[in-house]
Ligand binder design. Structure first.
Ligand code: FES
Ligand SMILES: [Fe+2]
Length: 387
């Protein structure tokens, strides 16, 4: 049990004199938010190169449990095989049929229904249909193609690159939050995908700022105080974060604002009524609360479309109780999500004007500026970065 009185005791000292406080930030260009070329760079240099958080271990408890995920125009299959959780490219090695279409499930073998090649849960080709000559067909070399996979704090990470930046350096102080909220022990009790007709960065901006709560989310604004909030300065190349306080008469970010669940045991006293909003760049936001944790990804599909995948996770002490219900939590976020996607889609339509002139960001939008700065840095040509 930690003796810390707040997350501020567990992370590095926070500098209150950041340059952002003098200058604020500015939005970026029409091309940056809507352009095909910028999108292509993001797919290659961010989604094609970095470690990407993709799922939570509680969804793969039994051998053979799997989930699929679309990234851009590709798809990966994440499956619990005999040696643990492993990701593969989700296509058949024969002629490329997408092997699994379902979002989740459990199977001991994976059958391609085009010509009946069969793979086991370790990606090995077990049997096939058709006649092949032994001298040119090697079963061993025709298994599913693995994607590099690592697990940290209960989060499954993959990368398509052989020289991805170091995962632990990227995560930095994220581990302090993961440990306190026992991320690896939590249970994902609900998952939902939302299609959104906008550039993925507009969702990342939206879910990382609370400035719009009073105008957009009356239920959320009733419970949380957008004035009692701030930005963290966290160590870790791919980590940004902020915090916000739950209003005094409430103890849970839910439709009722009240929960009878016990606060998570390791959460410091000062954080019992706090939401720690921590993002793993490029695309995963955590809402850490003493009552539950959510994970919310935005996955790009094209310059003007993306989808959001939202998980709700609770402490196993609570999910084991007979009267456990996450209804009030889900109701609040499901409604807030639809409110948000409408804002994001309409912003995309506004920014689609080639005459868009970037606007000034407020002190409450430091994280928006940090996201754009990180994406710009990762997608710049080397010559641009040196200049
Ligand atoms: S494409 Fe899968 S068996 Fe032919
Ligand atoms: Fe929102």
């Amino acid at each position: 049990m930690t003796a810390a009185s707040s997350m501020f005791d567990l992370i590095s000292e926070q500098d209150e004199q950041r340059p952002y406080f003098d200058t604020g930030g500015r939005g970026r260009s029409h091309e940056f938010y809507t352009g095909q070329e910028q999108y292509q760079r993001e797919m290659e240099r961010i989604y094609g190169r970095h470690w990407l958080p993709v799922d939570h271990v509680s969804r793969f408890k039994e051998k053979g449990s799997y989930a699929t995920l679309t990234i851009g125009t590709g798809s990966v299959l994440i499956i619990h095989g005999d040696d643990g959780i492993q990701a593969y490219h989700n296509y058949c090695r024969h002629r490329g049929y997408r092997l699994v279409e379902e979002a989740t499930g459990k199977r001991q073998s994976l059958v391609c229904i085009y010509h009946c090649w069969v793979y086991d849960r370790n990606g090995k080709l077990k049997s096939f249909n058709g006649t092949y000559f032994d001298h040119f067909f090697d079963k061993e070399k025709n298994g599913l193609l693995p994607v590099r996979t690592e697990i940290r704090f209960g989060v499954v990470f993959i990368t398509f690159s052989e020289d991805a930046p170091d995962l632990d350096v990227s995560l930095g102080e994220f581990g302090e939050f993961a440990r306190v909220y026992e991320l690896e022990n939590l249970q994902c009790v609900q998952a939902k995908d939302y299609p959104v007709a906008c550039n993925w960065k507009l969702v990342a901006h939206n879910v990382n700022e609370s400035l719009h709560f009073p105008t957009a989310h009356k239920d959320l604004h009733r419970i949380t105080d957008f004035d009692d909030a701030g930005t963290y300065e966290l160590k870790g190349d791919n980590i940004i974060g902020a915090w916000q306080v739950i209003r005094e008469s409430f103890n849970s970010v839910s439709m009722t604002g009240r929960s009878t669940r016990d606060p998570m045991p390791l959460v410091p006293e000062a954080d019992r009524r706090k939401i720690n909003w921590i993002t793993i760049l490029p695309n995963l936001l955590f809402g850490f609360t003493a009552d539950y944790v959510f994970m919310q990804w935005v996955w790009p599909e094209s310059p003007g479309t993306c989808y959001v995948r939202h998980f709700w996770l609770f402490h196993p002490n609570e999910t084991a109780k007979k009267d456990f219900s996450h209804e009030a939590v889900f109701a609040l976020w499901d409604k807030a999500n639809y409110e948000d996607w409408e804002l994001c889609e309409r912003t995309h339509r506004g920014l689609s004007n080639p005459r868009w002139t970037p606007g000034q960001l407020s002190l409450d939008e430091e994280v928006v500026s940090q996201i754009d700065a990180w994406v710009a840095q990762e997608t710049a040509d080397p010559a641009e970065t040196e200049a």
